[in-house]
Design a protein around this ligand. Structure first.
Ligand code: FEO
Length: 393
């Protein structure tokens, strides 16, 4: 238990070993943390819990630090199991404790635990006095679940933002001014790219709404990673940028290859981009961490995706990636497909169609090369890259 601000304590769990999250979907190279907070005012308030594999450790800590019987109310900002998962275990010991959550939160809690408890539904602007502080609630619907909620501790001027502004980052310190800023931003951006991109329009509107309230904000304490104590609005400003069809102007070439023909096409396309002074990065998606790759695609203006043809389609690493891009609903990006083939050669056109379905703007007809590229073929690939560069302007 660590006091983060006057009578507000971090009571979370640091998960140093976590390497995949959301099942196996997301990589977490630097672990994560499940940040729960305890406010000791006239009322003692628990805000969020931790992932249920840690529920016993969590309950024991609370028992030791405050005594579970002294908790007067529980706020559940979000019932995804990494935050609400220990609620059932805690309530098995203190079943009458009032739970404050959104209406969707109540339904989600019921859906997870199949139990009815002492629910108190809150909406945006609702306020609960807990002594010297007031808790003010702001609904964060679809940022990133229907139940999501933000709790503002008025008086302490602390935002308990749950997933928003978080990072899968387990560090020795809990504060942004005491960790490596480069690591912190890598993780914050990866979190946004992989989890929040589909909801960017809502993120933008919500930030405008919150800024419009002119609340004094001295600290933003998310439910993963470190707390923004030094210049907390820096991460809000970054989110505002990321929420507006963000890109950094560069291209990313992604491919998978069987006998390096598609790889040599990718390299030639890169040379074509370079001739036109477009910066690019090159990845074999069969060998690259998929969540890191999504972060690179999030930052790109142009995406060129290639695969050789196998069994009349693209390699599965490329198919999986483009399906993931479809779910993330990237905006304001241009794209094209390419690939080598031996006889039927469907992959480049299929990739192009899938990229279009994913919401990207196709700016070049797909290019394909039969068997191993000749010098002439590679020249065509270079021209393709240069042509793509022109379309990026
Ligand atoms: Fe960190 Fe949406 O759970």
């Amino acid at each position: 238990m660590l006091e983060i601000k006057d009578n507000i304590f971090w009571v979370g769990i640091k998960d140093w070993e976590l390497r995949r999250f959301h099942g196996h979907e997301l990589s977490t190279h630097r672990g994560s943390s499940y940040n729960s907070y305890l406010i000791k005012d006239k009322k003692t308030v628990l805000v969020d819990t931790v992932w249920d594999p840690y529920q016993e450790e969590f309950a024991e800590m609370l028992e030791k630090e405050v005594g579970l019987g002294h908790i007067d109310m529980i706020v559940i900002n979000h019932m995804e199991p990494d935050h609400g998962g220990s609620l059932g275990h805690i309530l098995s010991k203190i079943p009458e404790t009032p739970i404050y959550c959104t209406k969707n939160g109540m339904e989600t809690i019921r859906g997870h635990f199949h139990r009815d408890w002492n629910f108190n539904i809150v909406k945006t602007g609702d306020c609960v006095n807990i002594g010297s502080y007031d808790l003010v609630f702001v609904e964060m619907q679809m940022i990133h679940w229907p139940d999501s909620l933000l709790t503002y501790v008025k008086g302490a001027n602390v935002v308990l933002s749950n997933d928003a502004f978080g990072q899968h980052y387990s560090a020795q310190s809990l504060f942004n001014d005491e960790v490596d800023a480069c690591e912190l931003y890598q993780e914050a951006e990866k979190y946004y790219a992989n989890i929040l991109t589909p909801f960017s329009a809502l993120v933008k509107k919500k930030i405008e709404q919150i800024k419009g309230l002119s609340l004094p904000i001295e600290m933003i304490a998310p439910s993963h990673g470190v707390i923004w104590r030094d210049n907390p609005m820096q991460i809000v400003d970054r989110y505002y940028e990321w929420s507006q069809d963000y890109h950094e102007g560069n291209a990313v070439i992604v491919y998978d290859t069987m006998y390096e023909a598609t790889k040599s096409m990718a390299q030639a396309i890169g040379r074509g981009l370079e001739k036109k002074n477009v910066k690019y990065k090159l990845f074999n998606c069969g060998k690259t961490d998929d969540s890191d790759l999504i972060t690179e695609l999030f930052k790109a203006k142009g995406i060129i995706l290639g695969s050789c043809t196998v069994n009349n389609t693209m390699l599965h690493s490329v198919g999986g990636l483009v399906e993931r891009m479809k779910g993330l609903r990237f905006k304001n990006k241009v794209a094209a497909g390419f690939g080598s083939y031996g006889w039927s050669g469907e992959a480049p056109a299929l990739i192009s169609r899938k990229l279009e379905e994913a919401g990207l703007t196709i700016v070049m007809d797909p290019i394909k090369v039969k068997y191993r590229p000749t010098a002439e073929d590679l020249g065509r690939c270079e021209e393709f890259g240069s042509g793509f560069a022109e379309k990026m302007r």
